[in-house]
Design a protein around this ligand. Structure first.
Ligand code: ANZ
Ligand code: ZN
Length: 814
């Protein structure tokens, strides 16, 4: 994941890019074609803030930050393909972000509608959510933020909800279960029914349709409720004596919204109207309630207090009847609270006695037959609001014409360049709004006077497709050529778990869109159904334990932790450049990697540095004392070394140790990504080699393997030691052009194994036997031991079965 160019690297950056760099270097050593790119997620609010605080134009601030961070990344020896660098705020990049937006628009996946924004009445500007505090005040002016409704652009992510959900199964074990689970929750698939309630006395009016995930509780309904923003509220004929109360409630609700209240409210008001229960034909009151969300389901619910906690609270508050219709198997239904589980149907006419799961499908069918409702699947996912009334972002490539209405900017007129000679102030909103020369342009359709859209895109749009651009970074004509997309998907994506939801969901949406519409092609893409990232490695946070500075813990609301926030608040204090200057890049890299597995939280401190430094010195001494001889042929020595047949047991053990290490580190790099154990395995290997005779072929072999395996982690030292090891051979090249050592499978085979012995499942002793011994041999050996004689005796015919388990390390005589 590319970084936001906040100005300087923090320890989290050092960690994530060390991980990806070690893996990239490893795969290069395996002779694979590795694309290890880097870029900058360079639009966003902090540049505007810096501009307001210090009067530097956002473009300049961003450019300087990028230069500084690029230099720092090079300082930790990352091997990025800098010729593929992408910067989302450069016109050569965002022209394609705009092209992507137009593609989505052409496929009816972009639309414009009214939505609420945070409005600062003092500064006269729209605020980002991050700029509104918990009390609902503007961070800058301190004014109470108001809700305003503006026409804004949306991307229709909901059109792909099912594909986004099903794709998680396609990814399988390539993605951490936890991340897939978070995505599932965010998508929020819910299976239930829409049920129609006719309004009393309004025969011809359309019915009130509710969405419920528990249609079987229909006989438990004691009210229906609509959201305060439900369109019916304007069209319903409300008894005049109720109007005042309703107006008061709607106004109250508006204010509560502004304060961004999160608790589900019990606040509500009766409309004075009744709905008719579709089956019992009883009258149930129609309420307006703030716990009913406008954007979910149908914006209307049926209230079943006995079996839904929110409904229970609402009923208690507003004195509504509670009707139990599901009987728990055991009487666990407490007096105070709803029973939300399954059980037997009661007080439900002909459904009584049926299991509630069965009643669920039965009720849907019954309603469908009578045309009173239908099965319905809903997703919690909302469409993506991408309009920002801000300056530092990609301009939305749309034109508003009084005659032709909304007209997309023709592709050949992209990019819509963001003017850079602007001054930004807290007041008056985006400077784009005041640039008359920029705003006024002829309509592409009718050539009449028209205006540009002054909104810019959410920066998550920029980062939703950048990985495609790495494949074709200099293509002036399109975001990425179709042919180049054959390299997709990304084999391994490494980044922070704080992006588990939004970024990854949007990136998956874009990629699936490209695939469905033929912009992304190839067998691999087809096999993964357009998923962009085959494997995902989520790296844990870096904590810095300094008692003087508060540590901001990751919140549960992952989606709201912005990249900017993360980098600004969490890592102040540990300056990676200082650490690298004091200890060197390799020791910094090693210390970070060895401390924790990549996916776990890392408690950063410098305690490992001395140890890592000592280890490197020890390797250096070994190499110094044991160079390859003049006449050695590196080809043969590195890859075709074999133990001589008369090797001693000690030599055999060392050789086996070398190859066990190769096996375990290879597995770490390919499968488990436990880079911490990889580093500690290298240290153990060094200890194993230390007692060997200087200059002995086995030591040289071991050192050659060690250095090649060190290269991904400590590239500078590996390179230095490699040339030291081969100092007598002028033909030897860089360790980077060597190859990863191969496991000698033969060497891994152990001759003997010590196994535990059971008799009838009870532990009775141990014995040492040749690996893969026949049953008769096992039996013979055990019966010759004192335990064998004691527990079995001397007659082998009483043994009916021999069970060998755990690769021969457990033998059970039955
Ligand atoms: C009656 C009922 C009875 C419900 C019961 C639940 C339990 P999930 O599963 O998360 O999709 N609901 C529907 N639309 C709503 C809205 N716009 N705002 C707030 N709540 C809404 O949740 C579906 C349930 O959430 C629905 O099923 C509905 O309450 C409520 F014993 O209907 B239920
Ligand atoms: Zn026009």
């Amino acid at each position: 994941m590319f970084p936001y160019p906040s100005g300087s690297l923090h320890m989290g950056h050092v960690r994530v890019y060390t991980i990806s760099d070690a893996l990239a270097r490893y795969h290069r050593l395996r002779g694979r074609r590795v694309l290890h790119p880097m870029g900058w997620d360079a639009f966003g609010l902090p540049a505007e803030n810096a501009s307001m605080d210090r009067g530097i134009p956002p473009a300049d601030w961003t450019r300087d930050n990028i230069e500084e961070m690029r230099r720092q990344l090079q300082g930790i020896l990352t091997s990025f393909d800098w010729d593929r660098e992408v910067t989302t705020c450069s016109p050569s990049y965002y022209r394609h972000t705009q092209a992507m937006f137009l593609r989505l628009h052409a496929h009816d996946l972009v639309y414009r509608t009214e939505a609420a924004v945070n409005w600062d009445p003092v500064d006269q500007t729209v605020l980002a959510n991050e700029q509104v505090d918990a009390q609902g005040r503007s961070w800058r002016s301190g004014a109470m933020v108001e809700e305003r409704r503006l026409s804004q652009w949306f991307i229709r992510t909901t059109a792909m909800a099912k594909e986004l959900l099903d794709g998680l199964d396609v990814l399988g074990s390539g993605w951490p279960e936890r991340v897939k689970q978070m995505q599932r929750q965010w998508l929020g698939r819910s299976e239930g029914a829409q049920i129609d309630f006719a309004l009393e006395g309004l025969k011809d009016a359309p019915p009130l349709t509710v969405y419920t995930s528990r249609p079987e509780t229909l006989y438990g309904v004691s009210w229906v409720a609509i959201s305060p923003k439900h369109p019916l509220l304007d069209s319903m004929v409300i008894p005049s004596e109720r109007q005042e109360a309703i107006d008061a409630f709607v106004a109250r609700n508006q204010r509560a919204n502004q304060a961004k209240q999160r608790e589900p409210s019990k606040d509500g008001v009766w409309t004075g109207l009744y709905a008719i229960h579709p089956l019992s034909k009883e009258k149930v009151p129609v309420w307006v309630a703030s716990y009913v969300l406008e954007g979910y389901g149908t914006g209307a619910v049926m209230g079943v207090a006995a079996h839904d906690a929110r409904d229970w609270a609402f009923a208690k508050e507003n004195d509504l009847p509670i009707r139990k219709v599901i009987q728990p198997a055991v009487e666990e239904m407490s007096e105070e609270g709803a029973y939300e589980g399954m059980g037997k149907m009661v007080a439900s006419k002909e459904w009584d006695g049926m299991e509630s799961q069965k009643a669920h499908t039965g009720m849907i069918r019954a309603l469908e037959e009578r045309q009173l409702g239908e099965a319905s699947i809903k997703y919690r996912l909302r469409d993506w609001l991408v309009s920002r009334q801000r300056y530092w972002g990609a301009p939305i490539p749309m034109i508003h014409c009084p005659k032709c209405k909304v007209v997309p900017v023709p592709e050949d007129q992209l990019p819509v360049v963001l003017p850079t000679d602007v001054s930004i102030s807290a007041r008056g909103g985006s400077p784009l709004k005041h640039l008359e020369d920029w705003i006024n342009i002829p309509c592409p359709k009718c050539n009449g006077p028209a205006k540009r859209d002054t909104d810019t895109m959410d920066t998550f749009v920029d980062s939703s497709w950048y990985f495609f651009r790495y494949l074709d970074p200099h293509n002036p004509n399109e975001p990425v050529s179709k042919e180049k997309t054959r390299e997709m998907p990304v084999d391994l994506y490494v980044g922070g778990v704080e992006h588990a939801i939004l970024h990854l969901l949007y990136a998956r949406f874009f990629s699936k869109f490209m695939w469905k519409n033929g912009y992304l092609v190839g067998e691999d893409a087809d096999a993964l159904k357009g998923e962009p990232f085959k494997r995902l490695l989520t790296q844990g946070m870096v904590d810095w334990s300094n008692p003087d500075s508060p540590i901001i813990k990751e919140t549960d609301e992952v989606g709201e932790v912005s990249w900017e926030k993360m980098s600004k608040s969490k890592y102040n204090g540990v300056d990676p450049e200082g650490v690298v200057a004091a200890h060197g890049a390799d020791v910094t890299r090693l210390s970070i990697l060895v401390k924790a597995p990549p996916s776990e939280v890392l408690q950063w401190d410098e305690t490992n540095m001395v140890g890592m430094d000592r280890w490197l010195q020890r390797v250096g001494r070994l190499v110094h004392d044991s160079p390859y001889p003049h006449d050695s042929d590196p080809e043969v020595d590195h890859d075709h070394y074999h133990l001589s047949t008369d090797a001693t047991k000690e030599e055999k053990d060392v050789y086996r140790g070398v190859h066990f290490t190769i096996q375990s580190i290879t597995k770490a790099m390919e499968v488990t990504y436990s880079l911490n154990t990889a580093v500690s395995d290298l240290i153990k290997l060094t200890h194993l080699l230390t007692p060997l005779r200087p200059g002995s072929p086995l030591l040289l072999h071991g050192l050659s393997c060690l250095l090649r395996m060190m290269a991904p982690f400590a590239p500078a030292h590996a390179e230095e030691f490699w040339s030291l090891l081969h100092r007598h051979n002028p033909k030897t090249h860089s360790v980077l052009s060597s190859i990863w050592p191969e496991v000698d499978e033969e060497a891994l085979k152990v001759d003997e194994v010590t196994c535990s012995v059971q008799v009838n499942g009870k532990m009775r002793g141990t014995m040492t036997v040749p690996v893969d011994s026949e049953e008769t041999h096992l039996q013979k050996t055990f019966l010759s031991t004192p335990q064998g004689k004691k527990w079995i005796g001397s007659d082998p015919t009483c043994i009916s079965r021999i069970i060998v388990a755990r690769q021969g390390r457990l033998v059970n005589f039955i």
